[in-house]
Design a protein around this ligand. Structure first.
Ligand code: MTE
Ligand code: MO
Length: 508
């Protein structure tokens, strides 16, 4: 007796679904991050070579994770089809292959940085259920074939019923797992916090702080528009009630802080522009927020930094790490913050709820740890963070940059007076001047928005008189140290792109 390929493949797909859903359910009870599906995806992200990661971010932007999840599902279905093909007669080959898939899940969860022994339960149960479901469904299907052979056709019911049962069970387990994870998740913890009110609010914004009407971003970025970059496939769920920050290593006394310890301190509010090293010239990964929190300097001083501790290694709840020069965190003028709020709200989950670090003037990958739980005072040579291990520069000072936001590339605009507008940043020194060159002519100074601080961007605009035809504009910024952006192109790897942003467009 053999099954048709379709039935055999369907059995494999159903068993895989049952396995993943059960894994998700058990993970929902014990540790949402131990769901095998998510763990495989997260491990895949961590093992992806840097150039491929760059390519994914470039091509899919922030949808890169969805693309990955769909990709994994497609690979799984392909695998199930293969299992179907080799298991038409006997269920043993299928059981072995499903078991192998299960082992991949076990390994993936085992390699997650946050794994405890209890976390292993989800992938182990998942593997078992996968094999059992396959065995059982295969037996039901063969039984039915045999019965059909004897009676000469008739009812395909036995298998249909069993298949529906497994599908329904998988659905219930999957949804249950999702609900359980959600109940343990951080969103309700965040909602319970309410607004974050600083004792020392940021000064009111001056006039002409942006040229939004002319096409620049608004000076403050709304929380939901703030760019997001991280390696986490599912947003780490850290409840404020459970959060604790440990400051240890080369300190006089180890310190631990709970969320309420931070919230009860004198909260300050500071506008800071954050920037990602992965920005191509003209790229979108730059945003500004009124961050609320406490100077990280104060906490480090309380712990007492030992001489020679020139690097602060940070670890996130999801295992991501980075290292920041100690002096950047102790520098009062730079004003690095342990932040708990953005624009009056608790940090959104995807921006590091409940607590993150923000360091003006350094790219995020060497400073802006989200879901921060551990700071270890160490030396510069003793530790390399997540991206530094993956060939990115160990130091990540933000490079002075400028970008044209209007017009868009290849846009056609009206002839006559036209306002070019854009963004520029040079944290922590500040932008001194932005110049625009039209059709290769002289550099002309643009009008700059009122400066808020060296750690925030400045928006700019310039009126041009356009004749009909093709046009090109280029932009360059000069920062407060006197440095002017050069034309020289550098890729984002290893420590940030350089070159002038230029836009081709036409007027008609
Ligand atoms: N835990 C964690 N923190 C992280 C990252 C990450 O992958 N994981 N990415 C960093 C990078 S590369 C940047 S640019 C900033 C982005 O912060 P945002 O997503 O709030 O804009 O977070 C930093 N902090
Ligand atoms: Mo970044």
């Amino acid at each position: 007796m053999r099954l048709s390929f379709q039935v055999s493949a369907l059995i494999a797909v159903l068993s895989a679904a049952a396995a993943l859903a059960t894994g998700h359910l058990v993970a929902g009870v014990f540790d949402p991050a131990s769901s095998p599906f998510l763990a495989v995806g997260n491990t895949f992200i961590d093992l992806t070579p840097t150039p491929l990661k760059e390519f994914a971010v470039r091509s899919f932007g922030t949808a890169d994770k969805l693309v990955l999840l769909v990709g994994i599902a497609v690979v799984l279905i392909g695998f199930a089809l293969a299992i179907g093909a080799v298991s038409r007669r006997r269920s043993a080959p299928g059981q072995v292959l499903i078991g192998l898939l299960g082992i991949v899940g076990v390994i993936a969860v085992g390699f997650r940085p946050t794994t405890s022994l209890l976390s292993m339960l989800a992938p182990v149960v998942s593997a078992f259920i996968g094999v059992l479901a396959f065995r059982w469904l295969h037996a039901r299907a063969l039984e039915q074939r045999e019965a059909e052979a004897e009676t000469g056709g008739a009812s395909r019911r036995t298998f249909l019923r069993s298949g529906l049962l497994v599908a329904a069970g998988a659905g219930v387990a999957g949804v249950g797992g999702q609900l359980l994870s959600a109940a343990r998740d951080a969103e309700s913890s965040r909602a319970a916090i309410g607004r974050i009110v600083p004792a020392v609010p940021a000064p009111p914004l001056p006039r002409d702080v942006d040229f939004h009407g002319a096409g620049t971003p608004t000076f403050l970025t709304g929380n939901s528009d703030f760019y997001r970059i991280d390696t986490a496939l599912s947003v780490p769920q850290v409840r404020a009630e459970d959060w604790e920050l440990r400051i240890h290593g080369m300190v006089d006394r180890e310190m631990r802080f709970r969320f309420d310890d931070i919230r009860r301190r004198t909260l300050i509010e500071r506008p800071i522009t954050m920037t990602c090293v992965s920005n191509e010239v003209g790229g979108p990964y730059v945003s500004t927020s009124n961050f609320i929190g406490v100077p990280i300097r104060d906490l480090l001083m309380e712990a007492g930094v030992k001489p020679g501790a020139d690097q602060v290694a940070q670890r996130s709840a999801d295992g991501w790490t980075c290292g920041t020069p100690t002096e950047a965190l102790l520098d009062e003028k730079r004003g690095a913050m342990l932040a708990i709020g953005m624009n009056g709200e608790p940090l959104p989950l995807e921006h590091g709820f409940p607590v993150r670090l923000v360091v003006p003037g350094l790219y995020g990958y060497v400073s802006a740890t989200k879901w921060l739980v551990d700071m270890e005072l160490t030396t510069w040579n003793a530790f390399d963070g997540y991206w530094v291990k993956r060939t990115w520069g160990k130091k990540g000072p933000i490079k002075t940059e400028s970008r044209i936001d209007r017009p868009r590339g290849l846009e056609t605009v009206k002839t006559g007076r036209f306002t070019v507008a854009g963004t520029s940043w040079a944290q922590p020194h500040g932008v001194d001047k932005v110049e625009v060159r039209h059709n290769g002519g002289e550099w002309v100074a643009a009008q700059l928005s009122t400066e808020v601080s060296g750690s925030t961007w400045r928006l700019w605009k310039l009126d041009l008189d356009l004749r009909a035809g093709d046009h090109r504009v280029e932009v360059r910024a000069t920062d407060r140290t006197g440095y002017t952006q050069t034309e020289q192109r550098a890729p984002v790897l290893p420590d940030g792109a350089t070159g002038w942003h230029s836009i081709f467009f036409s007027a008609a």
